[in-house]
Design a protein around this ligand. Structure first.
Ligand SMILES: C[S@@+](CC[C@H](N)C(=O)[O-])C[C@H]1O[C@@H](n2cnc3c(N)ncnc32)[C@H](O)[C@@H]1O
Ligand code: SF4
Length: 369
């Protein structure tokens, strides 16, 4: 039983533009509300202090576009959050100026996750990104110049119109810059988004090609010396462990506190989601009361299943222990024969083989009793 969450997520929902494929909790513009929102976050932090451990391992500011928040407000927020070993901020490249990079650094941020998505102009257009490839490169150099030695890129593949050679070129462009970490996501058609309405059929048609795109991503990045440590995540190998400590905590089923509109926390056998409505969130915290929440009790069984589902996304074998109770032994034997799963001689650990990792969630779902 944990004595407090060692991981803090802070949601900043503001964006310059609502990208058609995105279903995160975001709002466009609203500059006049940024200060009030930061006040609300800090009030929520005070209300939930008792959930946090005295010392934090990670803080992650995600969005939305955290770096679109008025910079003075972002600075005030960063200056008021508890210290942690790893402090990450998500940034959209077009928002990264020399001044912003320096400010983040001076406020103790030591990791930046840059939403690159693609370096191909025609694909950035399809995604409705306002950024040009050279702006991505400029953002990267501003961060390096400010002293950031732990930068991650988000890339998306499976964009309508993207050929295998487009993807290859994106990976080559990313590798040329050499970030410490890369997250590569297959573009998902999120229900109800403008993008799914416009391109849903095309995404369905290309679904079969996606396995080979995924293989191309893994081949290129591992050949360049990156460790494929989680289904969609890669880090440079060095004497330092460059895996995302924050996301690792989530994949390992640790407790975390999440602040902000629409934010989801997991703590002491409960999961709660704050209201996704900005006005309600601001109003409740303006009165120094907890915002409306959906609360889900997490049974021991559900937590164990989640730990298997998430733990098998990692490259290190999952130590089963009490998790063995939710794993179907006959499925393990069957999937072992198919070369999708590996367990050690006395069945204490379980891992997916590279082939199993390509097939991913389907294999894991089969394993659960
Ligand atoms: C919170 S989001 C957005 C961060 C940042 N505002 C940006 O746009 O770069 C984090 C990442 O999720 C990924 N993402 C968002 N929508 C997606 C979708 N429909 N399918 C796959 N990946 C998606 C993108 O790679 C994005 O960088
Ligand atoms: S993809 Fe990023 S910038 Fe675009 S709407 Fe979503 S959070 Fe905002």
């Amino acid at each position: 039983m944990s004595s407090g969450a060692r991981h803090l997520y802070v949601h900043l929902p503001f964006c310059a533009h609502r990208c058609g494929y995105c279903d995160f909790v975001t709002v466009v513009g609203r500059h006049s509300q940024h200060a009030r929102y930061v006040d609300a976050l800090l009030t929520e932090l005070e209300l939930e202090r008792n959930v946090l451990a005295p010392e934090l391992e990670t803080v992650f500011l995600g969005g939305g576009t955290p770096t679109f928040t008025e910079h003075a407000e972002l600075e005030r927020l960063l200056g008021s959050l508890p210290p942690a070993t790893e402090i990450t901020v998500e940034a959209n490249p077009e928002t990264v100026t020399q001044e912003l990079a320096r400010m983040l650094r001076s406020q103790g941020v030591n990791r930046v996750s840059l939403g690159v998505q693609s370096f191909r102009l025609h694909l950035l257009d399809v995604l409705e990104r306002v950024v040009q490839p050279d702006i991505v490169r400029r953002a990267f150099y501003h961060l390096r110049d400010a002293g950031f030695d732990n930068i991650s890129f988000d890339l998306i593949y499976g964009i309508p119109g993207q050929t295998a050679s487009d993807l290859d070129a994106d990976l080559a462009d990313a590798l040329e810059l050499g970030p410490e970490h890369l997250s590569c996501y297959e573009l998902e058609a999120k229900p109800g988004t403008r993008f799914t309405h416009a391109h849903g059929d095309e995404l369905e048609r290309q679904a079969d090609a996606m396995e080979s795109y995924f293989e191309l991503v893994v081949e290129r990045l591992t050949a360049a010396g990156y460790r494929w440590y989680e289904t969609a995540n890669f880090c440079r190998t060095s004497e330092l462990d460059l895996r995302s400590r924050h996301n690792l905590a989530y994949w390992l089923g640790r407790d975390y506190l999440a602040l902000g509109v629409g934010a989801v926390s997991t703590f002491a056998g409960r999961r709660w989601r704050n209201t996704p409505r900005l006005a309600h969130y601001l109003e409740a915290l303006g009165r120094e009361t907890t915002p409306e929440r959906e609360v889900e009790p997490l049974s021991h069984d559900v937590r164990r299943r989640e730990r298997v589902m998430l733990g098998l996304r990692l490259d290190e074998p999952l130590v089963l222990g009490e998790l063995a109770a939710v794993v179907d032994e006959s499925a393990v034997s069957r999937l072992e024969l198919l070369g999708l799963v590996q367990s050690d001689a006395d069945g204490r650990t379980l891992a997916l083989t590279p082939r199993g990792r390509f097939l991913g969630g389907g294999v894991t779902a089969d394993l659960l009793a």
